[in-house]
Write a protein that binds this ligand. Structure first.
Ligand code: HEC
Length: 410
């Protein structure tokens, strides 16, 4: 009876978050039949609430300890149930072979600290290094923004309008946090002092505000999944969107160079683009390899454009002055899926999301050499990273529901 009582209370709590997740994302996955065994009913009760059990059945699999860590980032189970669930899952869904990280030594020294964010299953998509030293994240599946003070570990989450699905985020000069509500098609700004949110709805013929970035003049630029780049002027709230010259594009990562020119990568083609900030005319640049699918972008102080080629497993550098691109094969190889990237301390840093655990990679452009580390939590796909003012890095570790601070020395 005691167990039934617990399960009922548990289901009620989850019903609230299913509402959010369901409305934000539509039904996710399918409910599949699980193998018989002790723990099956518990898994059905605890895991099918937020997503289909096919996500569990088709996953990479884990050891019992690995399963415990994985689901502890999504749901808090009492100790006895957690042990039963972990043992059931490890028996029926053991680890599948996955590409292993290639570890390379080098001159840099780093330490990585990670924080599990309070709302389980919220999946921090993007991180933000704020001017006051705090780390912010978008809780995409819970429609929250969160903040941690790395000095004290104090965390706070802010509720956003239901079904926002916050994706990317940036800070303005007054400390307000602007984000893309990818599921509800708006740009939002949060005043952390009051918790008040302002919504700027997008025109109905565009969709999927993705990654935001401020230019030096305080204008907000953002990519859209519908094949557009947008501009929002915070002083007037005016929004302008512009379609890319090619059809069927997916503008993804975006960065602004030292001259105030936004550059973006197109995740659906072998191309980059830049936007004339005055006219919003978009110019596309073709990358040499037809299969290249650049996903994230970083601009180094010399205004070179760096990109992670997710599909081919390469790091690329595009020189806007010559129109030439150079590429280096990522240490983890063709299936390493390079993803989040940033420039810091004269080097380029990115994560390989296709190897388990995920890596942090450092590339030194002067020696053209790589150095790599594994991310302690496994990373769970690091979709974005950002340099702090002092040249460290913040990471969002989506699948393990964490944010990380990488402190760099040497
Ligand atoms: C509070 C909501 C919530 C609960 C409860 C939950 N999950 Fe998840 N889980 C998520 C979300 C959100 C995703 C990402 C779904 C997507 O990408 O469509 C996810 C994805 C997964 C994945 C896919 C691999 C990955 O990490 O991306 C696995 C495996 C998984 N969950 C296992 C479990 C198990 C096992 C349980 C029960 C013990 C569980 N989940 C309960 C929210 C939850």
């Amino acid at each position: 009876m005691q167990q039934t009582g617990w399960l009922t209370g548990f289901a009620v709590v989850l019903a609230v978050s299913i509402g959010l997740v369901g409305r934000a994302q539509g039904p996710r996955g399918q409910q599949v039949a699980l193998p018989e065994g002790e723990g099956k009913a518990l898994v059905e009760a605890a895991c099918a609430q937020c997503h289909g059990l096919n996500l569990v059945a088709n996953s990479y699999g884990h050891t019992a300890e690995g399963w415990r860590t994985t689901f502890a980032s999504m749901v808090a189970l009492p100790t006895a149930q957690a042990a039963t669930v972990a043992s059931y899952l490890a028996t029926h869904f053991p680890p599948k072979p996955a590409p292993e990280p290639v570890l390379l030594n080098g001159p840099a020294k780093i330490s990585i600290r990670e924080w599990l964010v309070p709302t389980l299953g919220s999946r921090p998509h993007d991180p933000l290094a704020a001017a006051d030293g705090s780390i912010w994240w978008t809780g995409q599946f819970a429609s929250t923004l969160g903040r941690v003070d790395p000095k004290t570990g104090t965390m706070r989450e802010y509720a956003l309008p239901d079904a926002s699905g916050p994706h990317g985020l940036v800070e303005d000069r007054s400390g307000h946090v602007w984000y893309t509500g990818i599921s509800k098609n708006y740009i939002g700004s949060l005043d952390p002092a009051s918790g008040t949110v302002k919504e700027y709805p997008l025109p109905e013929d565009v969709r999927g505000p993705h990654t935001p970035i401020f230019d030096q003049a305080g204008t907000l630029w953002f990519t859209l999944q519908s094949g557009h780049v947008g501009r929002l002027v915070p002083s007037t709230g005016e929004i302008t969107v512009k379609g890319t010259p090619s059809a069927g594009t997916y503008p993804y990562g975006i960065a602004v160079n030292s001259k105030g020119v936004p550059w973006y990568v197109d995740f659906r083609g072998n191309r980059l683009g830049h936007v004339d900030p005055a006219t919003m005319t978009i110019t596309e640049h073709t990358l040499p390899h037809a299969d290249a699918r650049p996903r994230r972008i970083a601009i180094s102080p010399d205004d070179a454009v760096w990109y992670t080629d997710y599909t081919r497993g390469y790091l690329g550098r595009f020189d806007p002055a010559t129109g030439q691109a150079r590429e280096w094969r990522s240490p983890g190889g063709a299936t390493s899926q390079p993803y989040g990237i940033a420039a810091a301390r004269g080097a380029i840093w990115y994560s390989e999301s296709g190897v388990r655990p995920n890596t942090l990679v450092r590339f030194d452009p002067s020696t053209e050499s790589f150095q790599t580390w594994t991310i302690p939590s496994g990373g769970g796909v690091v979709r974005h990273m950002m340099a702090t003012a002092s040249g460290n890095l913040v990471l969002a570790c989506s699948g393990v529901n964490r944010v990380a601070l990488v402190e760099i020395s040497g």
